[in-house]
Write a protein that binds this ligand. Structure first.
Ligand SMILES: C[S@@+](CC[C@H](N)C(=O)[O-])C[C@H]1O[C@@H](n2cnc3c(N)ncnc32)[C@H](O)[C@@H]1O
Length: 414
């Protein structure tokens, strides 16, 4: 006789008694969802993993420290049976059957009255995947389908046509340093929902190629010292498109608030009465050194890092940076937009006491296929940048962290 398919259902467990037997890896994996569902969880187990113990310590469940005893399932709405003792599991599932408590068993799916689907969440939807019957059960298969659906919902490639939830107004999205995989999940989804994208020269430009043809892509490139689109023009374009009821994404390199003029755009939109969402991004100041193998902090080497803009020379009266103070710091200096002024910057740091032999690395076009790293010292960096024809965009890292390698270990203890 053909086996009937399982009947899918969503249990509303808020305040309802759920009994969990066993506190090993299975319980550890399942408990967070039960806690999130607001269940009144009673755990029975002589021992627990440190994570489960922490849940009990935090008051997220009640833990009775002993093995299963008949009667433990009394008053339960639902039970998870996951002890390492098959006999106890069998006895407990018999009790569940007798008391009409739906129960999941970790050791014997056939003997269980319920199965846990592979679940995931995105944008107010729970995706739950079950195989139709016990014969076809393959947790890896269901997990893979769950992953594909959740990923599709998150990145916007899977959208219910009539339920497209578009964020009104403008989304200021930090696109990360350039590698298209380094944008956030939220940023990617908003990009997939956009009618208009106003993009910078830096950031994940490859993602623009994936946009459907109806999406209007506007280049807001701000090329240093060359032709550029004035900030007011960008603000106006954002406002005009949003006023037409379009979903507008302002795609920026790195993080919108790290030398990204993000707040200026937020202010202009607020002034025009247009709703604006800001999505943080991975800043090049940390990710580009990281992509080139440089940790901006390292135990025993640098306990601080300072991110500085190098676009104005230290002796320029418009400079807001205290270079003399920076020269005294022991930690890492990360300089953005500093390629053109690196000679003056290095000289100023040395004049104010920074060692001429301080290691320096310059990482150009980090996280992209064109990434390259050039090493120097404070004394030689200006001539090295010229000789190696290093061009913006580049991140300059100054400090001992530059010499830390995967195969070197620091001796200091803190
Ligand atoms: C106007 S700032 C914008 C920074 C950006 N908001 C961020 O958080 O990364 C531009 C500077 O960031 C640095 N930069 C951005 N992306 C880079 C990349 N992929 N490789 C090297 N430097 C990068 C360069 O110093 C460049 O001149």
């Amino acid at each position: 006789m053909a086996e009937n398919p399982a009947y899918p259902v969503g249990l509303r467990l808020t305040g309802r008694r759920v009994v969990v037997l066993g506190a090993g890896q299975v319980a550890q994996r399942r408990l967070p969802a039960l806690i999130a569902a607001g269940a009144d969880i009673h755990l029975v187990s002589p021992a627990a993993t440190p994570s489960v113990e922490a849940m009990a310590d935090a008051g997220e469940l009640t833990w009775t420290r002993r093995a299963y005893e008949p009667g433990d399932l009394a008053q339960a709405w639902y039970a998870l049976i996951a002890t390492s003792d098959p006999e106890a599991n069998t006895a407990a599932s018999a009790e569940a059957e007798a008391n009409r408590v739906w129960c999941v068993r970790s050791d014997d799916a056939d003997a269980a009255t319920a199965w846990t689907p592979a679940t995931g969440h995105s944008e107010g939807v729970t995706v739950a995947v079950l195989t139709t019957n016990a014969k076809g059960r393959d947790p890896r298969h269901t997990a893979a389908i769950r992953d594909a659906v959740v990923e599709g919902l998150r990145d916007g490639t899977l959208v219910a046509p009539h339920h497209r939830t578009r964020t009104p107004g403008v989304a200021l999205v930090g696109g990360g340093p350039g590698d298209p995989d380094l944008i956030t999940v939220r940023g990617r989804r908003l990009l997939a929902e956009a009618d208009v994208v106003i993009a910078d020269r830096l950031g994940p430009r490859d993602l623009l190629a994936e946009l459907p043809p109806h999406v209007e892509v506007i280049d807001a490139a701000k090329i240093p010292y060359g032709r550029f689109m004035a900030q007011e023009a960008i603000n106006n374009a954002l406002i005009e498109h949003a006023k037409q009821g379009k979903a507008v994404v302002r795609l920026k390199g790195g993080d919108p608030y790290v030398y990204g003029r993000g707040m200026e755009e937020v202010q202009a939109l607020a002034e025009a009465g247009i709703a604006c969402t800001v999505v943080p991004g991975i800043s090049s100041s940390i990710s580009v050194p990281g992509a080139a193998g440089i940790p901006v902090t390292h135990r025993g080497v640098a306990h601080d890092f300072t991110v500085v803009s190098g676009h104005i020379a230290p002796d320029d009266e418009r400079s807001l940076v205290d270079w003399a103070a920076l020269a005294k710091l022991r930690g890492t200096l990360v300089i953005l937009m500093g390629v053109d002024k690196i000679g003056a910057i290095a000289r100023t740091l040395m004049e104010n006491g920074k060692g001429a032999d301080t290691p320096v690395a310059v990482v150009q076009e980090g996280t992209t296929a064109a990434q390259r790293r050039v090493d120097a010292t404070l004394a030689t960096v200006a001539e090295t940048v010229l000789a190696e024809n290093v061009k913006p965009p580049a991140v300059i890292v100054i400090g001992e962290v530059v010499t830390v390698r995967p195969d070197s270990s620091s001796e200091a203890s803190e």
